[in-house]
Ligand binder design. Structure first.
Ligand SMILES: [Zn+2]
Length: 137
């Protein structure tokens, strides 16, 4: 099984991002990743989270700029949740992201931000050219 977690050293709690010694962390194995928690409270919060809904869009024959990508993503997210609110995004062509927060141990900051703010709708355009995270509202 593949894992990007180093074999030793502290790990970050999945929910509060606090660094904890691996020996006291509670862990939960998922399909291809081990999640760590500082304690039972964070573990319960993680368990109660709604599952991520992942939409993938492919656009051919059209040069997508950020504005049109965002409009497409918004339309798609609102099919799932009429009040979907954009939380975070990644724009690979321009190398930009929002919000700009420090990278956490296992994923980019903007993604960690979205996941910790109820961002459970992910819209992926052209295999990660643009990624938008929405809160269902
Ligand atoms: Zn925690």
């Amino acid at each position: 099984m593949m894992s990007t977690i180093p074999a030793a050293g502290p790990v970050a709690c999945e929910i509060c991002l606090k660094e904890i010694p691996r020996s006291v962390a509670q862990s939960q194995e998922a399909a291809d990743y081990v999640y760590y928690f500082c304690g039972a409270d964070c573990y319960q919060q993680w368990q109660a989270r709604p599952p991520l809904r992942h939409l993938g869009l492919i656009v051919n024959g059209l040069e997508l700029d950020f504005e049109s990508a965002q409009a497409l993503a918004q339309a798609a997210a609102r099919r799932l949740a009429p009040d979907a609110m954009l939380l975070a995004w990644y724009d690979r062509p321009r190398g930009r992201e929002s919000p700009e927060v420090p990278e956490c141990t296992r994923q980019p900051g903007w993604l960690a931000y979205a996941e910790s703010h109820g961002g459970d709708i992910r819209v992926d355009i052209n295999h990660g050219e643009y990624v938008f995270m929405f809160n269902p509202g």
